[in-house]
Design a protein around this ligand. Structure first.
Ligand code: SAM
Ligand code: SF4
Length: 501
C-alpha cells in the first residue's frame, strides 16, 4: 500500500482500503446492518462468532495439547487463535504453572532483564463522549474540566525532564478542540522543551481516532506510537458502555489504526479495557487485531495494553465483570506466549505488587512517577483528587523509587528511543524483531540511557547500585559489542549524551 494509492485523481483522500490477503481471507465477515456502515471497506474485521466458537471448540484441552502449544511458543512463533484458545482454557493449577513457567522463560530469553520506562502527560479532559467507566465522560458534570495552556505544557514537560523522563505519552479526551492540528501542536511544543541535559526524545499519543488526513497531520509532528484501545471488541457490550458521542461508532474506532497505517504512521498500539466483557473473548480479539494488521499491512502493533477498570468519579462499579488478579496474570502470560515480540504495557493503574509479578511473566514497559491529574507534575501533587482524574492510580511511587526497585531486582531501567530515531519502526522493526536483536541493540541502549539517568538524576545510593548493575551487565554482552558499549559509557560519564546503537 503506497502513499500514491491514498489520493484519487482529483486529489481528495480515499477511504482506507484493507487489503485482504490469502493469509487473512477469513476477513471481513461481520456485517450487521445496525452499524450503518456506509463503506464496506470500513466493515469491522472482528467476528464475535468466530471468537466464541474458537473458545468453545477448545473448552477442554488436554495436557498434551497445551504442551504442543507451549513448544511452539518456545520456538518464538506467534500463536494462532486456536492455539491461544487452548491456553485460555487450560485453567487447572498444573497447566497454569506450565503456562507461567514458559512465559517467564520466553520473557527472559527475548527481552533480557530490560524494562522500558515512560510517563503519561494528560493534556486535556474535555470530552464529548459518554463512556460509562470513565471519570471524564460528558455526563459527569462533577469533574473539573481543564486543558493545559502552552505555558503549562512546557512546565509539565520540564518537570518530567527534571525527573529523568525521555519518553512520554500524551493523553486527550475526545473533543472538537483536540483536533489533529492541535495535537500536532502539543507534540511539537513538548519536543521543543529542553531542561538541563533533559529532553523528550519520543512522544507517543493516546487520543480519539482520526481520518487519514488527520493522522497525516499528527505523523508530521514526529510522533512515536499512536495508541488507541478498542475498550471491548464485543460490539454488543461496546454499545452498552458507550452511550453517546462519536465513540459510539464501534467500526470507526476499530478501523482507526488501519487509517493510521494508511497515513504512514507505522508504529501503533492496541488495547482492551478489561472488566467490560469476558477477558477470554477480549484476549482472542486482541490477537485477531494483531493478525489483521499483520495480514493487511505487514506490520503488527508495536505494543498491546490491557488496563483493568479502576474506580472513577461517579462510576457505577456494579456494571463491570472484574478480572481477578490470578486470571489477570495468567492472561498476561498467555499474551506473552502468543505474541513473543510485541511490547506489553502495564500502567500505574495497577499496584506495585501486581506490576512486579506482571513484569516477570511478560510486561516489558511500565510508567513511573505518573500523575494523571491535569497539571499534576509541575504542581507535584501528592494526594490524589478523584474529581480531577480519569480514574484512580494504584502505584504512586516516584520514578526514582521505581528505578531503585528495578535495579535492586536486577532489571535494567531503559529510556531507549533508538529504534524510532534510527527508522527501525514498522516493517523495518519487524525485520529486526529476530532472535538476538533485542540483546544486541536494546540491552546496550538500555544500559546507555540508564547511565545517563544515573549521572543526571540519581541520588547517591542508587548511583552506586546502578553502576554496579551496569558493570555486571557489561560482562554479559557479546565480545563484539562490549568494547563499544564500554567506550560509550565512559563518554557518558564525561558528559556526552544521547549515544545509541
Ligand atoms: N479519550 C481517548 C479515548 O477514549 O481513546 C483517549 C484517552 S483515554 C483518556 C485512555 C484510556 O483510559 C481509555 O481508552 C480507557 O481504556 C482507559 N480508561 C478509561 N476509564 C478508565 C477507568 N475507569 N479505569 C481504567 N482505565 C480507564
Ligand atoms: Fe472521553 Fe476517552 Fe474517557 Fe471516553 S475514555 S469519556 S472518550 S476521555
Amino acid at each position: 500500500m503506497t502513499a500514491d494509492n491514498d489520493t484519487t485523481e482529483n486529489g481528495s483522500i480515499r477511504e482506507p482500503v484493507c487489503l485482504i490477503t490469502e493469509k487473512n481471507k477469513m476477513e471481513p465477515v461481520f456485517t450487521p446492518q445496525r452499524y450503518k456502515i456506509a463503506d464496506e471497506r470500513m466493515i469491522p474485521f472482528i467476528d464475535p462468532e468466530e471468537i466464541r466458537t474458537t473458545l468453545s471448540v477448545h473448552a477442554h484441552p488436554t495436557l498434551e495439547q497445551v504442551e504442543t502449544v507451549l513448544a511452539k511458543s518456545r520456538r518464538k512463533e506467534r500463536l494462532s487463535l486456536d492455539e491461544a484458545a487452548i491456553l485460555v482454557n487450560a485453567a487447572s493449577p498444573g497447566m497454569t504453572d506450565r503456562i507461567k513457567t514458559v512465559a517467564r522463560e520466553l520473557k527472559r530469553e527475548i527481552y533480557g532483564n530490560r524494562i522500558v520506562l515512560f510517563a503519561p502527560l494528560y493534556i486535556g479532559n474535555r470530552c464529548t463522549n459518554n463512556c460509562l467507566y470513565c471519570g471524564f465522560r460528558s455526563s459527569n458534570t462533577a469533574t473539573i474540566r481543564r486543558t493545559l495552556s502552552d505555558e503549562e505544557i512546557v512546565r509539565e514537560t520540564r518537570a518530567l525532564e527534571d525527573n529523568g523522563h525521555k519518553r512520554l505519552i500524551l493523553v486527550y479526551g475526545e473533543h472538537p478542540a483536540y483536533d489533529a492540528e492541535y495535537i500536532a501542536h502539543t507534540v511539537r511544543t513538548v519536543y521543543r522543551v529542553k531542561s538541563g541535559n533533559g529532553e523528550i526524545r519520543r512522544v507517543n499519543i493516546n487520543a480519539a481516532p482520526f481520518d487519514i488526513e488527520g493522522f497525516r497531520t499528527i505523523k508530521a509532528a514526529g510522533i512515536g506510537t499512536f495508541q488507541i484501545f478498542q475498550e471491548t471488541y464485543d460490539p454488543e457490550i461496546y454499545d452498552r458502555f458507550h452511550l453517546s458521542g462519536a465513540k459510539r461508532n464501534y467500526a470507526y474506532r476499530l478501523t482507526a489504526l488501519d487509517r493510521a497505517l494508511e497515513a504512514g504512521i507505522d508504529d501503533v498500539g492496541i488495547g482492551a479495557l478489561f472488566g467490560l466483557g469476558d477477558w477470554r473473548f477480549e484476549l482472542l480479539a486482541l490477537l485477531r487485531h494483531v493478525n489483521h494488521l499483520e495480514a493487511c499491512y505487514g506490520i503488527g502493533p508495536h505494543t498491546i495494553s490491557f488496563p483493568r477498570i479502576k474506580e472513577a468519579q461517579n462510576v457505577d462499579a456494579s456494571r463491570f465483570q472484574p478480572l481477578n488478579d490470578t486470571d489477570f496474570i495468567r492472561m498476561i502470560a498467555i499474551l506473552r506466549l502468543a505474541v513473543p515480540y510485541t511490547g506489553l504495557i502495564l500502567t500505574a493503574r495497577e499496584s506495585e505488587k501486581i506490576r512486579k509479578e506482571a513484569m516477570e511473566f511478560g510486561v516489558s514497559q511500565i510508567d513511573g512517577g505518573s500523575k494523571i491529574e491535569i497539571g499534576g507534575y509541575a504542581r507535584n501533587t501528592s494526594s490524589q483528587e478523584i474529581e480531577r482524574e480519569q480514574f484512580r492510580l494504584n502505584d504512586e511511587r516516584s520514578l526514582q523509587q521505581i528505578i531503585a526497585d528495578l535495579t535492586a531486582k536486577g532489571y535494567i531501567p531503559s529510556f531507549c528511543t533508538a529504534c524510532y530515531r534510527k527508522g527501525r519502526t514498522g516493517e523495518h522493526f519487524m525485520e529486526f524483531s529476530v532472535p538476538g536483536f533485542i540483546k544486541r541493540f536494546c540491552t546496550p541502549n538500555g544500559l546507555l540511557t540508564f547511565a545517563e539517568y544515573l549521572c543526571d538524576y540519581a541520588e547517591e545510593p542508587l548511583k552506586k547500585e546502578g553502576w554496579t548493575l551496569i558493570e555486571k551487565e557489561l560482562e554479559k554482552l557479546d565480545d563484539s559489542i562490549r568494547t563499544t558499549v564500554a567506550a560509550r559509557l565512559e563518554m557518558i560519564r564525561h558528559g556526552q549524551r544521547d549515544l545509541y546503537l
